[in-house]
Design a binder for this molecule. Structure first.
Ligand code: UT7
Length: 330
């Protein structure tokens, strides 16, 4: 009898642009200060993709290239590329399409997933299903956002949080039980009121008026989002542990979406995890939306051991949230 196929993560790639935007730089743009930003969010600086003609696909491409180099494969071997993003290069075609072209991934099909900060987890779950179906052998899942394209740098409530970056993982079939074990994904469209972009979609197409009214930037009501995020991320992570009969002791790493250090702490506490088991790089990169979780995997890759149980957890615009249990494969 053939064994059950799981989707193992077999390589990780990442990319953050060189340019840094520090809290001190922001002090010059808006009425804020380094101390407030660090204590309220945990962020010290973020990376910004600069340059004419640079878009989210330019974050995706180096991340995927690195992953291919590490695994020793050619982009031509990729079957499918899924990109979680809310800052697609264009409304259409998909960033995945554009990135495949730039990568020379001529045998791949691909698409974007719009689930804001949960974009990587939604995409990972989809990618895992493609592998588990037996039809695909190499699926690349990328979380990438050029948030600087939709941040209003005169709005101190949002410009302090977001940064640009991308991370990617390669999924391949495994018959020994490694890889994506379980995923619990949730959404609640009534949360749209608190976090969205007002114009540029079919509801309110772009006009001179929408541009003048600054409706092409992120609109966020921080406090309600914060409250929902703390509860949502902690609850879903606890539920995932429970339904897999695990406790915090069984988990090697929590890989949380990096939105706010206080949200991360609340989730770790709820799971009974000490700080040493929590991946945190928000101080360096801020909130890269779909990029945060794979960028953590990218940075911690060398510390991960075969068989480690990881819980990946996210909360974001939509609202969308979820948690995924991964058994590390290498
Ligand atoms: O990843 C996507 C999902 N997004 C999130 O998870 C974000 C969740 N929300 C948050 O992380 C937090 O709500 C923020 C970091 C956005 C804001 O922190 P907060 O602790 O909720 O601040 P607040 O909005 O309650 O504002 C507290 C005070 C206010 O002043 P008063 O009214 O108390 O005098 C604000 O005007 O801080 C003021 N304030 C600032 N002061 C200095 C707001 N922004 C700033 C700022 N610098 N940048």
């Amino acid at each position: 009898m053939s064994k059950k196929i799981t989707a193992a993560i077999t390589a990780v790639g990442g990319f953050v642009p060189e340019d840094r935007l520090t809290n001190f730089d922001l002090e010059k743009l808006v009425d804020t200060n380094d101390e407030w930003i660090r204590t309220r969010t945990g962020i010290s600086e973020r990376r910004i993709l600069k340059g004419e003609g640079k878009a989210t696909s330019d974050l995706v491409v180096p991340a995927v290239k690195e992953l291919c180099d590490k695994r020793g494969i050619d982009p031509m071997e990729i079957d499918c590329l899924i990109v979680g993003t809310v800052t697609a290069d264009m409304l259409f075609p998909s960033t995945a399409n554009i990135a495949c072209d730039k990568l020379g991934a001529k045998n791949a099909w691909g698409f974007d997933v719009s689930a804001a900060c949960s974009g990587f987890l939604y995409s990972l779950t989809l990618g895992a299903s493609l592998i588990e179906s037996g039809r695909y052998k190499k699926v690349v899942v990328c979380g990438a956002d050029k948030m600087s394209a939709i941040v209003d740098y005169s709005d101190r409530a949002t410009c302090i949080i977001f940064g640009d970056g991308a991370g990617a993982v390669l999924l391949e079939p495994d018959e020994d039980g490694y890889g994506i074990q379980d995923s619990l994904l949730k959404s609640d469209g009534s949360g749209c009121n608190f976090l969205h972009m007002k114009a540029g979609g079919s509801l309110r197409p772009s006009t001179i008026e929408t541009v003048t009214a600054k409706q092409h930037y992120i609109y966020q009501e921080g406090q309600p989002v914060f409250k929902f995020a703390v509860k949502g991320m902690a609850d879903v992570s606890a539920e995932l542990l429970e339904r897999n009969s695990l406790t915090g002791d069984d988990i090697a790493w929590l890989v949380p979406h990096q939105a706010n250090l206080r949200i991360i702490d609340a989730t770790a506490n709820r799971m009974g995890l000490p700080k040493e088991k929590v991946m945190i790089n928000i101080q360096k990169y801020g909130n890269t939306t779909a990029g945060t979780i794979p960028l953590c995997l990218w940075e911690w890759e060398k510390q991960l051991k075969k068989g480690d149980n990881l819980v990946l957890a996210a909360f974001g615009g939509g609202f969308t949230w979820g948690a995924t249990l991964v058994k590390w494969a290498y």
